[in-house]
Structure formats: C-alpha cells, structure tokens
Design a binder for this molecule. Structure first.
Ligand code: PLP
Length: 368
C-alpha cells in the first residue's frame, strides 16, 4: 500500500467545482487584493475563533510580526518562546529588533515548558509567545498566570492549530492576540500564502490593519510606516469556502490519530501524548523514535511517506548563532529534533491507510 506523507491534490479534487465557482465570482468582481471575500473571511474566521477581530494577512509570519509590533515590541526588548518550532516564530521577533529568549519544551507535549518560563523573565521581557505545536494547545492557564505576575503580554502562535481548543476556549482567543498561517498544508490552507491575526483588543486590531497596508489611514495618506502584508482576494474566496469544512476535517484528523494511538500502544515509539483528545486538531501526527533516519528510510521502502518537523531547533540554526546558545542548552528540544518523525495524516486518508502506516511503523520500531 502507498501512503503519501500528504496529498493536497485529493482535497482539491473533492472541492474543485466549489473552488472554480468561487474563483470565478471573485474574478468577475476584479477583487484581487482584499475586497469582499477577504472582509467576509475576517468576520467568519473571527466568529469561528470566538474572538472580536480577525485581520487577514499574506502569511503567518506577517501575522506574528504585526502582533508583536502592535503589542509595542521594539529593539532591546525580549520575547520568551520555544526553539522547537518553525523558524518564523523567532524571525518575527527578530524583525522587531527584539531578542528571542528560548525555553526548553515539556517532552510530553513538545510545547514550551511552562515551569521554566518565569526563570527566563528579565526586566527587558515584554511578551510570552507560546506555540500550539502540531495542533496541541500550550498550557495557557499557567502562561497567562506568569504573564500577569510579571506584567507581560501573551501572543499565541496558532499557525498550526486552527480550531483547537484549550479548556474549552478556542486558540486564537486566549492571549492578547494570535497568529494563524494559511500555508497550503495547514489544517485550513489557502492556495498560496495567507495568514491572519486574531484579537479581542480594538486598538491592536486597528494597528494591525494600518500596518498591513503601508500605514494608510485613507488612500495615499500614510500615518505610520507599514508593510504590504495584504491578503489576495482569491485566497479570501478559497479560505471562506474551506472554513466551512474545517470542523469536519479536524474531526477526521482526530479519528485517524486515534488509529495511530491504538495501533502504536506498546510499540517502541513515543507520541505527543497530552491534552484532551477532543481539543487537539492534529496538524501533524508526530512520533519519536531512536535512529530516526533509518526508521524513515524503512517506512519509505514500504510505501509510507514521512516528514520531519523540525530537524534542527531554532537556537542551533545559523541565523541564531549570534545569540550565543549552545548544543545542550535545551536537552528536551534537541532530543525531540533528533527523534521526531511526522507520519501521514490528512482528512482524505482512509482508515486503512492510517492503520497500514501505523502498523508498518510498529513492525519497524518493535515492541517495548
Ligand atoms: C509554528 C509556525 N509559526 C509560524 C509559521 C509561519 O507561517 P507562514 O508560513 O504562513 O508564514 C508557521 C508555518 O509555516 C508555523 O508552523
């Protein structure tokens, strides 16, 4: 059996008629940059996230950047985050001139170890930026408590967690603001780049709206220096349509994840095994194994495609060497990066494919 790591063509095929009609409608209105569909997407995604404002943008990286700028983060400040993430989490901090300060992960969740956040706070810290990695919410109660104690803001990196909840609350509605990515492979993916900032704070939303379009207050009058971070009209049309399927797709991801969990019980494989199963959205199904590269090669031989998210933690990436971190500074993060494999998991997969991928992994990794 062949189980590709992911298959965006299958989803396109299932939506083709709807997508073509939506693109035709948007094209007929010549609404190429922002416009009606993007405005409607903002309202619909805000309602979905149970939050007051959504500001549609051209990427998750832009959303993180604007969330930090709108929070007043500037050169000389520090932002506490995790090194076990996509590099954009740290890059957005660096764009503001602030310094990313990393904290190790809790190996059970792969998310920031909330027990270590307070020790990383200094007089320069402004923001705590947890990442809801692979669709599992970070432990927000504890993060919010630490933030309140030290007078800090919390910004959620929800780029991998569309629709996830934490103790009943939607991610994206818990911190001061949040960033989502609509990169094509995300749980809610555009057909190009896309992102959004969500917030309940009127001033932050207004600031983000101004910053995304050259700081314009009205056409060709610029109050502040901004960026071109606008969403294209076609992406708005596609995302609105796909948003209607998101809960169904996330439910399907949970079903498939449960097949992996059951099949791998007792195998020599660790899972990101935490949180209420009904609240997670399984952007990725990751497992941790010894001798990762050999296991991946054997999976590939038997028709199972895999990915690695991520092979090198941010603190060891070249652009961050100047921060002075060393190998061994964050042992749980480094161990995770050495052992992690992302297994195939997407709504269009069959139960049989999930069972085959999980069973094949079990046979390769062996039992405990
Ligand atoms: C955790 C995380 N943060 C930030 C980003 C950046 O999003 P984008 O690729 O849309 O700029 C991504 C996605 O790629 C991500 O996974």
């Amino acid at each position: 059996m062949i189980v590709p790591f992911f298959d965006l063509k299958a989803q396109y095929a299932s939506l083709r008629e709807e997508i073509l009609a939506a693109l035709d409608r948007a094209g007929s209105k010549a609404a190429f940059i922002q416009g009606e569909d993007v405005d409607a997407l903002e309202q619909e995604f805000a309602a979905y996230c149970e939050v007051k404002h959504c500001v549609a943008l051209n990427s998750g990286t832009s959303a993180l950047h604007l969330a930090l700028l709108a929070a007043g983060v500037k050169a000389g400040d520090e932002v506490i985050t995790t090194s076990n993430s996509f590099i954009a989490t740290a890059e957005a901090i660096s764009y503001t001139g602030a310094r990313p300060v990393f904290v190790d992960i809790d190996p059970r969740t792969a998310n920031i170890d909330v027990g270590k956040v307070a020790a990383a706070v200094t007089s320069r810290t402004r923001v705590i930026l947890p990442v809801h990695l692979y669709g599992l919410a970070a432990e927000m109660d504890s993060i919010l408590k630490t933030a309140t104690q030290h007078g800090l803001m919390v910004i959620e990196d929800a780029c991998q967690a569309h629709g996830a909840r934490y103790r009943g609350a939607r991610v994206g509605s818990i911190g001061k603001s949040a960033a989502f990515s609509f990169y094509p492979s995300k749980n809610l993916g555009a057909y190009g780049e896309g992102g959004a900032l969500t917030t309940n704070d009127d001033a932050i939303a207004a600031q983000a709206r101004a910053l995304r379009s050259h700081g314009e207050s009205r056409r060709y009058f610029h109050d502040i220096m901004g960026f071109n971070y606008r969403m294209s009209g076609f992406q708005g049309a596609i995302l609105r349509l796909k948003l209607r399927h998101l809960d169904k797709w996330n439910a399907r991801r949970r079903e498939l994840a449960e097949i992996y969990r059951r099949t791998l019980a007792g195998a020599r494989v660790e899972l990101q095994d935490a949180g209420a199963p009904g609240e997670r959205v399984f952007h990725l199904l990751v497992v941790y194994v010894a001798d990762r590269d050999a296991v991946r090669a054997k999976l590939e031989e038997r028709g199972v495609g895999t990915g690695v998210h991520y092979p090198l933690p941010i603190h060891l990436q070249k652009p961050y060497q100047s921060l002075g971190y060393r190998q061994g500074d964050f042992p749980h993060t480094e161990r995770a990066c050495e052992r992690v494999i992302s297994m195939p998991l997407y709504p269009e997969m069959t139960h049989e494919q999930a069972a085959y991928a999980a069973q094949t992994l079990r046979e390769i990794a062996g039992d405990r």
